[in-house]
Design a protein around this ligand. Structure first.
Ligand code: ADP
Ligand code: MG
Ligand code: MG
Length: 876
């Protein structure tokens, strides 16, 4: 490994990277090199590769031999290009040391600025800049950042000193502290540093550099970085790169500043330059939310020529990258310098708007637009919003940092948010600002509210990345963490009070607010049209009620792939009839109960067939074990005994008799129909009668009957015969013959998949029940998997939860085999999937590849599935 190039330079003399080299140089390094190459103003520097980080880990956390020589050679280049010298007391070169992995992880690994300053160099900087205050400010920042990030000195030790000295000098903003105050602060910081590390703050610039580089590598595996990768399912990266870059200064006075911008609005997608800046500030001040920054529109008043330059940068970057970019920049004495660009994180709403507008602008094709929107992010557009007509008790208005509607009780810390959410509460995390330590709590909370920080603060950026509702910079909210209250203009709320936040308007409201279905934009409709045009896979839905069916149909469902009939036995009084049937001692008595259930089921089916007229409705016969229908608590059993006028003992005896050690592998699915064919007869009768009655009313009912949990072809052949006989006798009784009801089966037991050719002889269609199939292939109980699954994911034994995303290598093999065996037996046989996976984009891609006809998913996932199906077709 030693012969490989570990350091890549970017600058006027040469630029050794490009945007295609993200894996090796990290996103930040690759794009700094790219921007340099296309002539944008970027301070020169160099990038140490992600491979070096992997090397560092592999050799037990040591800088590999030869690395420092390479760093020295590149520092020499940098000195030549900038005409400054690292460690010089006359004309010092200072650098920043920045981490950056291939995938952007906002705020995960910390940057050290002003590296290279020592007591003496600081004096030199004061001289050359003719600005002692600035040099002092840079130095105190270095001691703080270096101490905090590199040496793990607790951050609050520095904060406490800062607060003390600001108090002493009677100032509240850090920019107001004078030179004497800063001198005192530096002395205090050095003491903090020494007390905590046992060493003096290093006075050798190269020692600073070496330690900082090492700290970046180390930070790859700190818990919060690991946690961020877990939440965002980021796997397979080598490590982080290290960027060493010439410092430019936004803290040189009122003609300097620092800012963050997006080339379009990352919340709504509107094509408008969007961002914030702070005058006389450095680095992370905007993101950290220390001072609430100004909107970039204000820059026109401050420095119109820089605003114009930024608009040029927007144009150049969008033309070059053909996507919305997120940039970080600094203005040093009126000069604009770019410090970062990357594809901007955006909400689902913005993703759709930007993708569609970029097609209209002629920048990208429809296919590219389809691939630009993460299918899952469509969910955010489909979530209910606060009812526009409902009354709102508005407490204050903050910045609309990330759209959405969230209500909940107030949580004051990230840990609290995690715990209370875990206990089933809906909470809003309320904080002054947030930092990377808070990500777990931010993720858990229903919404986030901060009292400081702007639209590009940590809270805002992270929330938008997840599509989580967030208000930032609600300055009127006073948070009293100690007493667990927040106060807004004299009104106080405790931790049991519910508040609501509207992330689209920035309104904070007291209490809960009614919601309404979202209004879908024209851009959304265009994108969906393109998706339908490009996809080949049909999208069906899993729906048990006419309301669900209608909703799914509105969202584009092309059929019902799974209608579970269980609920039809539960509603209202029907459960009593069902229980009577289960308690019956003989067939005659069972039929009495079933006869009472039949008309109800018939009506249910008529409702469904009507809602879905013209489209298939696949009805699954009763599937759960019978004990699920009986009461298990004694007082409920007593109630039932009274109502049915049977002895309590009888009920208890039946419950005991039906008890199974492992009911999911027990007496359920088609096994029920084998034992109690009369249940099947009742259901098939209800379906056929409903269909005939619909047809006689001119409604094009298209039922299909699906037998669950087949393991052998014999089960299916036997049951199919009974179903067909039943259908035939209903037709005869009704004197109606223009009806064909296909009979198919679910493939959800591995044996059924293995013998799919045999099974296919008796089936008109297959529907893959991948929930059970996953359960039985892995031997994991879906209900108990959470006790060990998180650990499996952490150890990367499994890449992801196989119940959420189909295990294409294992379970997928069974599915693919059953498809080919089945179609060998019956050419062109219709096949679909109706497990939870039918709504998961990765699984949908697999379904497309193996040639399924449709995926069936819950109604609210239908648009997601349509887009995912189109993406699968386009990617091919
Ligand atoms: P993050 O990955 O958290 O965005 P960065 O490495 O981008 O961290 O650093 C954060 C900020 O520090 C930048 O946005 C920029 O304002 C400042 N910064 C980094 N390098 C320099 C530099 N060479 N000169 C001036 N400011 C810098
Ligand atoms: Mg950072
Ligand atoms: Mg950055």
């Amino acid at each position: 490994m030693t012969s490989q190039k570990r350091v890549h330079y970017f600058g006027k003399t040469k630029s050794e990277g490009s945007k295609e080299m993200k894996d090796l140089l990290g996103g930040k390094g690759a794009n700094l090199a790219e921007m340099t190459s296309i002539g944008l103003p970027v301070p020169p520097g160099f990038t140490i590769t992600t491979e070096t980080c992997a090397e560092y880990d592999a050799i037990g956390g040591k800088l590999p031999d030869g690395l420092l020589d390479e760093v020295h050679r590149n520092m020499a280049l940098l000195e030549e290009e900038t005409d400054k010298k690292f460690g010089s007391e006359d004309n010092p070169l200072l650098v920043s040391v920045r981490s950056g992995a291939a995938v952007s992880m906002p705020g995960m690994m910390d940057t050290v600025l002003n590296l290279g300053l020592t007591d003496k160099v600081m004096d030199g900087l004061a001289n050359v800049s003719d600005n002692r205050r600035f040099a002092l400010d840079a130095y105190r920042r270095l001691i703080n950042m270096f101490g905090d990030v590199v040496m793990e000195v607790p951050h609050h030790n520095f904060e406490d000193e800062f607060d003390r000295i600001k108090d002493k000098y009677g100032v509240s903003e850090d920019t107001d502290l004078n030179e004497a105050g800063l001198e005192e602060l530096i002395t205090a910081y050095k003491t903090v540093y020494k007390n905590s590390t046992g060493e003096d703050f290093p006075q050798d610039p190269y020692q600073q550099l070496e330690k900082a580089v090492e700290a970046v590598f180390k930070s790859w595996n700190i818990p919060r970085a690991i946690r961020y990768r877990e939440i965002n399912e980021i796997t397979g990266l080598l490590g982080t790169a290290v960027n060493v870059q010439t410092m430019v200064f936004g803290n040189m006075g009122d003609d300097s500043g620092t800012g963050v911008a997006f080339t379009r609005d990352p919340s709504t997608g509107e094509n408008k330059f969007f961002g914030e800046f702070l005058i006389n500030a450095q680095g992370e001040d905007v993101v950290a939310g220390i001072r609430t920054p100004q909107n970039v529109d204000e820059m026109v008043k401050w420095r119109p020529e820089i605003y114009e330059q930024l608009l040029d940068v927007k144009r150049i970057l969008e033309n070059h990258y053909r996507d919305m970019q997120d940039i970080e920049y600094t203005i040093e004495k009126g000069n604009l310098l770019l410090l970062q660009t990357r594809t901007g994180k955006r909400t689902g709403l913005a993703a759709v708007t930007i993708a569609v507008e970029m097609v209209v602008e002629g920048r990208i094709t429809q296919q590219e637009a389809l691939l630009r929107v993460p299918a899952n992010d469509l969910n955010q557009l489909l979530l209910p919003t606060f009812d526009s007509k409902a009354e709102r008790d508005i407490l204050t208005v903050g910045l609309p940092a990330s759209p959405g509607a969230a209500s909940g009780k107030i949580a004051y810390s990230a840990d609290e948010a995690v715990d209370r959410t875990h206990e089933g509460e809906s909470v809003i995390l309320v904080r002054k600002d947030t930092s990377p330590e808070d990500v777990s709590g931010m993720h858990a909370a229903a919404g986030i509210l901060t009292s400081t920080g702007g639209m590009t603060s940590h809270a805002a950026v992270v929330a938008r990345g997840w599509g989580k509702c967030c208000i930032a910079g609600a300055g009127e909210v006073v948070i009293d963490e100690q007493n667990r209250t927040i106060t807004i203009n004299g009104r106080s709320f405790g931790d049991q009070d519910v508040i609501s936040i509207d992330g689209s308007s920035g309104e904070l409201m007291a209490g809960d607010v009614p919601r309404e279905e979202p209004k879908l934009s024209e851009e959304f409709k265009s994108l969906m049209e393109w998706a339908d045009h490009h996809r080949t896979l049909q999208v069906w839905t899993n729906a048990d009620t006419p309301q669900d069916a209608k909703r799914a149909r509105n969202w584009g469902a092309q059929g019902i792939g799974l209608c579970r009939t269980e609920h039809m036995f539960f509603e209202g009084d029907r459960i009593t009839d069902m229980r009577e049937m289960i308690l019956a001692d003989n067939l005659e008595a069972r039929r009495v109960g079933l006869d009472k259930l039949l008309p109800h089921q018939r009506e249910d089916f008529k409702g469904l067939f009507t809602a879905m007229q013209g489209l298939s409705v696949t009805v699954r016969l009763l599937d759960p074990p019978l004990h699920e229908f009986l009461p298990h608590e004694e007082h409920l059993q007593q109630e039932l005994a009274d109502r049915l006028q049977v002895p309590l003992e009888k009920i208890m005896a039946r419950v005991t008799q039906l008890h199974e050690t492992n009911p999911m592998l027990g007496h359920r699915g088609c096994r029920l129909s084998i034992s109690y064919p009369e249940i099947l007869v009742m259901q098939a009768t209800a379906i056929t009668e409903a269909a005939i009655e619909c047809k006689q009313d001119g409604i094009d009912a298209r039922p299909e009957i699906m037998v669950p949990l087949i393991g052998t072809s014999k089960e299916l052949s036997l049951l199919r015969k009974q179903i067909e006989t039943t259908i035939q006798s209903v037709k005869e009784a009704k004197g109606y013959n223009e009806l064909h009801i296909p009979v198919g089966t679910m493939i959800e037991i591995p044996r059924a998949a293995l013998t799919a050719d045999e099974v296919a002889k008796h089936a008109d269609f297959f529907s893959f029940g991948t929930n059970d199939l996953t359960q039985m292939t892995f031997g994991y109980s879906r209900d108990d998997v959470n006790s060990f699954l998180p650990n499996y994911i952490r150890h990367e034994i499994l890449e992801r939860d196989p119940f959420q995303s189909l295990d294409t290598t294992g379970v997928g093999q069974l599915v693919a085999m059953a498809v080919s065996k089945g179609r060998n037996e019956k050419k062109g046989m219709k096949m679909g999937i109706c497990g939870e996976h039918g709504g998961d984009p990765l699984s949908i891609r697999f379904c497309h590849q193996i040639g399924l006809n449709y995926v069936s998913c819950s109604p609210f996932r239908v648009p997601v599935a349509r887009l995912a199906a189109a993406q699968a077709a386009v990617k091919k």
